[in-house]
Design a protein around this ligand. Structure first.
Ligand code: HEM
Length: 207
């Protein structure tokens, strides 16, 4: 990191600001009337897509770190994951307040009748405990192993999120398929890591 002349702390500040750019751009587009068509729908879709991107990026950090040897990347993982959750909270808030005018009966009807909303909500529900346990004292309290076990659930949340995206995309399914393929690669990477660990521990037990 030193060759970039920035300390990790300053890199974190920079990444923190960079992650706010999509929201800033969206606000700017809304305030300057640069959105054509259904503004609320565009807003919901925009923050939903950024939530998906940040969450996938946070999952990609460990494989990229291991393959590249760039250990400093680990410092950004949690922040990017929490940003993903933040964008999804905005996504949900916009849907509840702007699209459904906080009408709980309508929202419940959507959850029950529209499978893409059911999957979106399921994904969100899984993400809540993960975000809530992402503070240092919680990680300490739970212990590293339990924390890691719980946080594996992020893959279930992401599978539900990709299904949510796939179901809501009407004619062109190429985007959800691309995001789904990225998730599949990340899942396969983890699976290979798990199988290799099993193999190694069996070998050392037999030796
Ligand atoms: C919290 C529950 C959720 C609700 C109620 C919800 C609702 C919606 C709605 C109403 C749309 C627009 C559908 C349309 O235009 O017809 C949408 C799109 C989308 N949502 Fe969600 N969603 C939820 C969770 C999630 C989660 C957890 C993710 C990802 C991690 C996500 C990612 C997306 C994406 C990528 C789109 C489409 C963006 C695009 O077309 O560019 N949503 N969602």
């Amino acid at each position: 990191m030193s060759r970039f002349n920035l300390s990790i702390k300053n890199w974190k500040r920079l990444v923190f600001i960079l992650c706010l750019i999509p929201l800033g751009l969206l606000i700017w587009r809304v305030l300057t009337d640069r959105i054509f068509g259904d503004v609320i729908n565009v807003m919901i879709r925009d923050v939903g897509l950024w939530g998906m991107r940040f969450l996938l990026l946070s999952l990609a950090i460990t494989p990229i770190r291991k393959l590249s040897g760039w250990r400093f990347l680990a410092s950004f993982r949690r922040m990017i994951g929490l940003y993903g959750f933040f964008y999804i909270c905005l996504h949900l808030l916009m849907y509840v307040v702007l699209e459904r005018s906080s009408d709980m009966a309508e929202i419940w009807a959507d959850i029950v009748k529209r499978p893409y909303i059911t999957f979106g909500m399921a994904s969100f529900v899984v993400l809540i405990p993960l975000a809530a346990t992402s503070v240092n004292w919680m990680i300490k309290k739970m212990g590293g192993r339990n924390w890691q076990r719980l946080h594996r659930a992020v893959y279930y949340a992401m599978i539900a999120a990709v299904v949510h995206y796939y179901l809501l995309a009407k004619a062109d399914k190429s985007q959800p398929i691309i995001y789904g393929s990225i998730l599949a690669i990340l899942l396969l990477y983890r699976l290979f890591g798990f199988l290799r660990n099993q193999w190694d521990s069996r070998k050392s037990a037999a030796a």
